[in-house]
Design a protein. Structure first.
Length: 619
């Protein structure tokens, strides 16, 4: 079993407490890289001579570099977001691991391009390794799965839909090229084959030497015209990348179907079933269903286990669809369920281990059966998006996609003649299997370093993410328990949107006795402006957060019940159709100690009181 990591040693620290170690490692990586240059053919004479270095133009150029760096440093300090501070509870961004930063900084000096192996022999190998690590984290067989680093969750989601779209068209292409393989199947049956059966057909086409011909007849070769591959079903809580994806891949906005969410902002599985039944009745195929593990706005975890059960029941009826999980945010939280040997723990044992190892205090009461079962079901998905630059605590840009069956990448593979040798069968030619071209090997190195220092199980990332979840629950329970803010004869209550599934807490302030939803929205918008870049340099803000809007356009009628918690008349929701809320993504691991949190909570309450006073009474 891996030795437990100390979370306090992982980051530079809110007050740069670990600066001496970080500076020592920076000096090492610069010295190490300089020696690498010096020892490459050491008999070669230096190109830049001492005489060159003494020239006025040379010194002036160095001075320009110095001045530009000082200017940049000033701009960054003035305008950057202090992710490192517990006072920042906003977007899905945070301080990054020392190990990841050092890996990025060292590797950027070598400037590898992970598009082609010849441009990145070291970091391409690391990307293959990281892909297997993430596959294992998701519960896939790393020898059968496929994974790689992308620029972010958006591109990973695009690749998931790319795989699903091309896969869905293969049976129809097989009918055009090798009809004997599907002679007994009609068009409806061909559009409802399970993933494994389609990939088996691909294997047979390869054996017959006709796979390239099949691909030419698939959507990849013939395009989307009149393909009728079906609908893509996503929850109302979807990331906006899915709206763009159906446009980019020619599927069309009208074929993107939003599935309602419940008051917990998870996909309503009963509503999903109703939508699927309606499509079946109209003989409309389903191209893909997308579930979310860690929604962008609420951090909610869809009941993936129920979606998998539903998929399996439909498969028994001859109706099949591709299942993708958008776990860009929540994917790394699966480490909370894996023991030191990377085995998925039973429900009771998970809670016992969290308590025994000090990952979550007994009074946190975070884990529910639904969240547990959802994470347990993740290996049943066909592909998964997961972002190291979110709960992996690595620098941008580092998303990832993992596919359960690596055979599927043959449906999207390409070889660019100017990059690859036509006869090169090296399996690490990443550029032929991915959407992006040139991509930074430094991002891969950062992820590899993070995984090397912080194990992808309960002993490593489990401790780190557990600390953030505990901080979120302290924040959530304090919102519930604390009395309203009493200011100048006015009283302001705050109510959380929902019990957090992970570590995002949405909440809104409301002046008690004011029945106007419009006034409530103005108050929370003004609070956001007082606690964001809108009020000036972030560096001087007492508290920094983000916001979102729960609109009828995005969420249907679900937010109505939240307004009711404040005593807002339903007619107000009917009129406005939008509720503004503050959104705190609590990635910091520093709110677990009672004394630390007590200090923080006083800071938060004080910041809200000052902000409300500055806002003043409504006009």
């Amino acid at each position: 079993m891996d030795e437990k990591i100390d979370v306090n040693a992982l980051f530079l620290g809110p007050k740069a407490e670990n600066y001496l170690f970080f500076r020592e490692m920076l000096a090492f990586l610069m010295d190490d890289h300089a020696e690498w240059r010096r020892h490459f053919h050491p008999d070669d004479n230096p190109v830049v001579t001492p005489e060159d270095q003494g020239r006025r133009e040379f010194l002036a150029t160095l001075q320009k570099t110095r001045e530009a760096l000082i200017e940049l440093a000033g701009n960054l300090q003035l305008c950057s977001t202090p992710w490192f501070s517990p006072r920042y509870l906003g977007h899905m961004a945070t301080d990054t691991l020392i190990a990841a930063n050092l890996g990025y900084m060292l590797t950027i000096l070598y400037n590898p391009n992970n598009c082609a192996y010849e441009g990145s022999p070291a970091t391409t190998a690391l990307e293959i390794e990281v892909g297997r690590q993430l596959a294992k984290l998701m519960g896939y067989d790393p020898q059968k799965a496929w994974g790689h680093i992308t620029s972010g969750g958006t591109v990973a989601n695009y690749e998931g839909l790319w795989l699903a779209r091309n896969l869905k068209s293969i049976p129809l292409a097989i009918r055009s090229v090798m009809p004997e393989l599907v002679a007994r199947l009609d068009a409806w049956q061909l559009l409802n084959l399970p993933t494994g059966a389609i990939l088996d057909l691909v294997d047979r086409a390869k054996e017959a030497g006709r796979f390239d011909e099949v691909r030419r007849h698939s959507v990849r070769g013939a395009g989307m015209r009149d393909k009728g591959l079906g609908k893509v079903l996503v929850p109302q809580s979807k990331h906006y990348s899915w709206t763009k994806a159906v446009d980019i891949f020619g599927i069309g906005q009208e074929n993107l179907v939003s599935v309602p969410v419940g008051d917990d902002y998870r996909m309503d599985v009963a509503a999903l079933k109703t939508i699927i039944d309606g499509l079946i009745a109209e003989r409309i195929p389903i191209l893909a269903v997308v579930a979310v593990v860690g929604t962008t706005e609420e951090g909610s975890v869809d009941e993936l286990h129920e979606i998998v059960r539903l998929r399996d029941r439909y498969e028994d009826r001859g109706v099949c669809f591709y299942l993708h999980v958008d776990a860009a945010y929540g994917g790394y939280a699966r480490s909370l369920f894996l023991d030191g040997e990377d085995r998925f723990l039973g429900f009771t044992e998970v809670s016992r281990q969290h308590s025994r190892q000090g990952i979550l205090h007994d009074d946190t009461e975070w884990l529910t059966v639904d969240v547990y079962e959802a994470f347990k079901a993740m290996p049943e998905a066909d592909s998964i998006t997961v972002d190291p630059h979110k709960l992996g605590y690595t620098p941008y840009a580092a998303g990832a996609i993992v596919a359960k069956d690596r055979r599927i990448i043959e449906l999207i593979s390409y070889f660019a003649a100017y990059v690859f040798e036509a006869t090169d069968d090296n399996p690490m030619l990443l550029g032929s299997y991915i959407m992006e071209g040139s991509k930074a090997g430094a991002a891969v190195a950062a992820v590899w370093m993070a995984h090397r220092v912080v194990p992808l199980n309960i002993t490593g990332y489990g401790r780190l993410i557990g600390a953030s979840i505990e901080g979120a629950y302290r924040f959530y329970r304090s919102l519930l328990a604390d009395p309203p803010l009493a200011l100048d004869g006015r009283s302001f209550e705050v109510i959380p949107l929902a019990r957090p599934d992970l570590n995002i807490v949405d909440y809104a302030f409301h002046e008690q006795g004011n029945p106007s939803l419009e006034a409530m929205n103005r108050l929370n918008q003004a609070l956001y402006e007082q606690c964001s870049y809108k009020s000036g340099p972030l560096y001087v803000n007492d508290f920094i957060t983000s916001k979102t809007a729960l609109t009828r356009q995005e969420y249907g009628e679900t937010p109505r019940s939240y307004g009711g918690k404040f005593g807002i008349d339903p007619a107000e929701w009917e009129r406005l159709g939008s509720i503004s809320v503050l959104r705190s993504c609590i990635l910091t691991p520093y709110l677990t100690r009672a004394a630390c949190f007590a200090d923080y909570w006083r800071t938060f309450r004080g910041a809200m009181e000052r902000a409300i006073r500055r806002i003043g009474p409504p006009a």
